[in-house]
Design a protein around this ligand. Structure first.
Ligand SMILES: Nc1ncnc2c1ncn2[C@@H]1O[C@H](COP(=O)(O)OP(=O)(O)OP(=O)(O)O)[C@@H](O)[C@H]1O
Ligand SMILES: [Mg+2]
Length: 294
């Protein structure tokens, strides 16, 4: 098996983790392969710790004393009524909030131990590490192939064979390869909305993030596409830490490992999904879960 892989993928492009199979025989299986070695990220723990975070935009105090941990390789669902600050929180995590006029941020956001508020890491590196998927897919006005290859080219990958490997690999990871493999050169905007969303996911994954931030990523999709994305997230959490904002309680019930419930800019309750859903501690959480407001 090893020889076979080495034959098809030159050494520099192979990055794999071999693991003893469960029967303990010598047979090994390929668990993990990424063609994009240039970006190969640190595969250690990918965790975010937020401490005493406050975000103000002009006179509005939008996020209030947020303390939160986004654990490694789990799905954390952020729930809460409209306007409670979910999107603002996601946009603060990848510093997209910086572009808002009059924004003031205090507190600490440690991404793998590095404070992204005070020390100000290079923004491109930070954003690359956090793939953001928004409510409406935003394919670039170019072909399916180029949508995935674009970010890689920007980061210096020019080799066409390598780009082809990367495009195939991430379209497969996003569950789209079989549907588009015969029309990679057609404009991405011709895809259905559900396909476009998976394309955007593939595009984010192609620059090797550790985190996926999804802001109502399925709310504009039909039920089948929505289910496909959900299932993808469950698979992807093996390799990525996922933060997902959703208005769909049933979706959170299905896939959340951890739940954060927000209300008027504050975190009211957070914890393992089982605990928050089955034994909510706070009256507001109970009301929200019972559908008293949304
Ligand atoms: N650029 C801005 N300037 C002023 N206020 C803002 C700005 N962006 C967001 N807000 C305010 O911050 C609060 C939180 O907004 P945010 O978009 O984070 O809420 P949300 O929980 O994502 O809501 P929804 O579920 O409707 O998407 C809202 O009161 C909103 O009006
Ligand atoms: Mg929002």
């Amino acid at each position: 098996m090893k020889n076979l892989i080495a034959k098809f993928f030159p050494k520099t492009e192979l990055r794999s983790v071999y693991k003893e199979d469960t029967t303990g025989k010598e047979k090994r299986r390929l668990r993990f392969f990424r063609p994009n070695y240039k970006f190969v990220r640190n595969d250690g723990v990918s965790e975010i710790n937020v401490a005493d975070l406050n975000v103000r935009i002009k006179d509005n105090h939008i996020l209030k004393d947020i303390n939160l941990t986004i654990p490694d390789k789990k799905i954390t669902c952020i729930l809460g009524p409209s306007g409670c600050g979910k999107t603002t929180l996601l946009r603060t995590l990848n510093r997209l909030i910086d572009s808002v006029e009059g924004v003031k941020i205090t507190g600490q956001i440690l991404v793998n131990g590095e404070d992204i508020i005070s020390s100000g890491p290079e923004i491109t590196r930070l954003r690359r590490n956090m793939g953001l998927i928004s409510q409406r897919p935003t394919p670039l006005p170019m072909s399916i192939f180029d949508n995935i290859a674009y970010g890689c080219r920007i980061h210096g990958i020019r080799n066409r064979r390598k780009l082809r490997l990367i495009v195939k690999y991430y379209l497969e990871a996003a569950g789209l390869w079989d549907e588009v493999k015969d029309r990679l050169r057609t404009p991405a905007v011709r895809l259905s909305i559900g396909q476009q969303q998976r394309l955007c996911l593939a595009r984010s994954l192609a620059v090797e993030p550790q985190f996926i931030l999804a802001d109502e990523a399925t709310s504009a999709l039909d039920p089948i596409s929505s289910k496909t994305i959900e299932e993808l997230f469950v698979k992807l959490k093996e390799n990525y830490s996922i933060v997902m904002v959703t208005h769909t309680l049933r979706q959170a019930y299905r896939i959340a490992d951890n739940v954060v419930f927000m209300y008027l800019g504050e975190i009211i309750e957070a914890g393992p999904a089982d605990q928050v859903f089955n034994h909510p501690q706070h009256e507001l959480t109970k009301k929200y879960l019972s559908g008293a407001f949304s």
